[in-house]
Design a protein around this ligand. Structure first.
Ligand SMILES: Nc1ncnc2c1ncn2[C@@H]1O[C@H](COP(=O)(O)OP(=O)(O)O)[C@@H](O)[C@H]1O
Ligand SMILES: [Mg+2]
Length: 245
C-alpha cells in the first residue's frame, strides 16, 4: 500500500525539484510559480500519507513499540540539533536543559524522536521572531517528564482537548504548513508506552506540552478503550527462590 502511494509522489517531488534547479533550461515567472506549487503540494501530500499510514498502523495494532534502552539526553540533544537551523532562521532562541542524572530509559527510540520533533516543530511554527523555545527533561524514581515550552501564540482553553484529535487545527494554523495529525500521532505513541501527553497554555502566553514516560516497560500501564488501566507489557515475575533448608 505505502509503496503504491509513495512512488508516484516521489516522481512529482523529484521532477519538480529538477525543473526548479533549471537543469534543463530557464523558467519564466509563471512556470517557476507553478513548479514551486507542485513541489510544495507534493511534499505536503507525502507528509499526509506518511502520517495517515502511521495512524492506521497504530489503529490496526500493527505498531507496537520496539523497546530498547537508550540515553534520553542524547535523543533530546539530537532533536534540538535537527531544528537548530530552522530556529536561527526564524530568530527564535532554542534551548534545552536536561537533568544529567536522567540516564537511560526503556522505550521505542524512533517514536520518542518523532514525538519530540513534532512538539518542537509546532513550538517553532507558532512562535514569532524574538521568541523562545525550551526543552526540559527531568527524571524521578520510576519515570521521566519532558516538556517543550514556547512563548508563542498559545491555545484557547476551549481548543486544548480538540488539538489532539485527527485533522484539528485551531486559530490561524490552517494557513501554515501541517496536516493536523502530529499531536494525534504523538499522543498515541506516548500512550503505547503507558505515558501521557498534555498541554498547558494560555492565548498570548505560550504553550507547554509535557509528556511522561515510565522508566521501564515492566511498570507501564496503558488505558484500554474503556478507560481502565492495563499493563503495557505482561511479564510474569519468577517467584523468589525458596531458601535452602
Ligand atoms: N506550540 C503550539 N502553540 C500554539 N498552537 C499549537 C501548538 N502546537 C499545536 N498547536 C495547535 O494544535 C494544532 C494541531 O497540531 P498538530 O497535530 O501538530 O498539527 P499541525 O502542526 O500539522 O497543524 C495546530 O494546528 C495548532 O492549532
Ligand atoms: Mg504539528
Amino acid at each position: 500500500m505505502s509503496h503504491e502511494l509513495r512512488t508516484p509522489l516521489n516522481a512529482v517531488i523529484g521532477f519538480s525539484e529538477v525543473l526548479q534547479d533549471r537543469l534543463f533550461g530557464d523558467l519564466n515567472e509563471k512556470q517557476a510559480e507553478y513548479v514551486a506549487d507542485i513541489h510544495t503540494s507534493g511534499r505536503h501530500l507525502l507528509t499526509l500519507i506518511n502520517d495517515i499510514l502511521d495512524l492506521s498502523k497504530i489503529e490496526a495494532g500493527r505498531m507496537g513499540p520496539q523497546v530498547a534502552p537508550f540515553a534520553l539526553s542524547d535523543v533530546v540533544q539530537n532533536s534540538v540539533a535537527l531544528l537548530r537551523e530552522r530556529a536561527t532562521r526564524q530568530g527564535i532562541a532554542l534551548g534545552f536543559d536536561v537533568d544529567p542524572s536522567i540516564g537511560f530509559i526503556e522505550a521505542d527510540e524512533r517514536m520518542i524522536k518523532q514525538v519530540l520533533f513534532n512538539l518542537l516543530s509546532n513550538a517553532l511554527k507558532f512562535t514569532g521572531q524574538g521568541g523562545h523555545v525550551d526543552v526540559t527533561a527531568r527524571g524521578h524514581a520510576d519515570g521521566v517528564l519532558v516538556s517543550v515550552h514556547d512563548d508563542g501564540v498559545g491555545i484557547a482553553e476551549a481548543d486544548q482537548a480538540r488539538i489532539f484529535e485527527e485533522f484539528q487545527q485551531v486559530g490561524t494554523a490552517h494557513l501554515q504548513e501541517g496536516t493536523g495529525l502530529g499531536l494525534a500521532i504523538s499522543r498515541r505513541f506516548i500512550e503505547l508506552h503507558g505515558g501521557t501527553l498534555r498541554v498547558d497554555s494560555e492565548p498570548g502566553n505560550g504553550s507547554t506540552f509535557t509528556f511522561t514516560l515510565p522508566r521501564t516497560q515492566d511498570s507501564a500501564v496503558v488505558p484500554d478503550p474503556d478507560g481502565a488501566l492495563q499493563p503495557a507489557v505482561t511479564r510474569t515475575k519468577r517467584p523468589a527462590a525458596a531458601p535452602l533448608p
